[in-house]
Ligand binder design. Structure first.
Ligand SMILES: C[S@@+](CC[C@H](N)C(=O)[O-])C[C@H]1O[C@@H](n2cnc3c(N)ncnc32)[C@H](O)[C@@H]1O
Length: 310
């Protein structure tokens, strides 16, 4: 996990540039993780229910296809470890490594899962998945299935997504497989509604980043001084989330003063959307081939099963 000074440095790097930005991983403390769970149940947020329905349909057909000896699932950004339960119901999983940056939330969720599945060796890893991580040696002999649901791959720029996948190929090892949920390109109205819900939960989630930074790096963002915005950029194929400063203001981050003009934006998240062939190309570039692809009837969401070419 990054030290406090690394975190402060990273935050200042994003705020001291012409177009201010903060990394989406800072949404997630205990409160942010709980707000995200609420988002997944919102009527406008089609992503989670569509993805879960796809797993329910496809997982029975994966029995026998995932022919890995001693199956260990490694999940990147496991959150509340909800979707792994679907895999545990269908595949002979012997070990599970959920990785997440929101440590307290992960540890509570993983402990609950251990009680439900005492036969599975569960090792919760509090880490930043954009950095290389080592799995415990006891899993060396296991065949690895990577799991990255929730279209979190869309939070990376395309080149970063490729680097991330190359990194997972190293972490998971020769012959690994990877199950990954990816949101598809679609009408602007559907996308913008999903990221601007009518009950304001996504707005609270976006603003929580500032609360989280105030609590951890001692900044003094006034949450009433910023407003949530989310727009679909069609050219980029990306929903972009921002916080807009509602007035001229100064924010202190340690002994550094950051000036915000009225209407100035902080870019907080990209959610890139992928046509299936676009994502297949990206996975190929990262050393994976597409073994299978599933989409729902309306083609809102895609699930890829990848096989490492290494
Ligand atoms: C969009 S949520 C998805 C949660 C869950 N996988 C799902 O599909 O519902 C992203 C999750 O990834 C975690 N996360 C975000 N950035 C991370 C990073 N750089 N390293 C590790 N975990 C991260 C967050 O804490 C959160 O639990």
């Amino acid at each position: 996990m990054p030290s406090l000074s690394e975190k402060k440095e990273e935050v200042l790097k994003g705020l001291l540039t012409q177009e201010k930005s903060l990394l989406p991983k800072y949404f997630y403390d205990e409160r942010g993780s709980k707000l995200f769970d609420q988002i997944t149940n919102l009527p406008e947020y089609y992503l989670t229910r569509t993805e879960i329905q796809l797993y329910q349909e496809l997982l029975p057909s994966l029995v026998g296809t995932i022919d890995l000896n001693k199956l260990c699932v490694v999940e990147f950004g496991a959150g509340s470890v909800r979707k792994i339960r679907l895999i545990l119901e269908h595949l002979p999983v012997e070990a599970y490594v959920p990785i997440d940056i929101s440590s307290d939330h992960l540890n509570i969720a993983a402990a609950e899962l251990s009680r439900e599945y005492p036969q599975v060796d569960i090792f919760a890893l509090s880490a930043d998945y954009t950095k290389p991580s080592e799995l415990p040696e006891r899993f060396d002999e296991f065949g690895k299935l990577g799991f990255f649901p929730g279209s979190s791959i869309g939070n990376f720029e395309k080149k970063e997504a490729e680097s991330f996948l190359i990194g997972t190929n190293k972490t998971l090892g020769t012959g690994c497989r990877f199950l990954i949920g990816v949101d598809a390109k679609k009408d602007r109205e559907i996308l913008e509604a999903a990221y601007n819900d009518s009950s304001g939960i996504t707005a609270a989630f976006n603003l929580n980043m500032l609360r989280h930074l105030n609590a951890t790096i001692g900044s003094d963002f006034d949450l009433s001084g910023f407003q949530h915005e989310a727009h679909y950029n069609v050219e980029l194929g990306c929903v972009q989330m921002h916080l807009r400063s509602v007035r001229d203001q100064i924010v202190n981050v340690g002994d550094q003063e950051i000036a915000f003009a009225k209407q100035e934006l902080i870019h907080t998240e990209n959610s890139f959307k992928y046509a299936p062939e676009e994502f297949a190309q990206l996975a190929n570039n990262a050393g994976y081939e597409v073994e299978n692809l599933w989409q729902d009837e309306k083609k809102l969401f895609s699930i890829f099963l990848l096989r490492s070419l290494n």
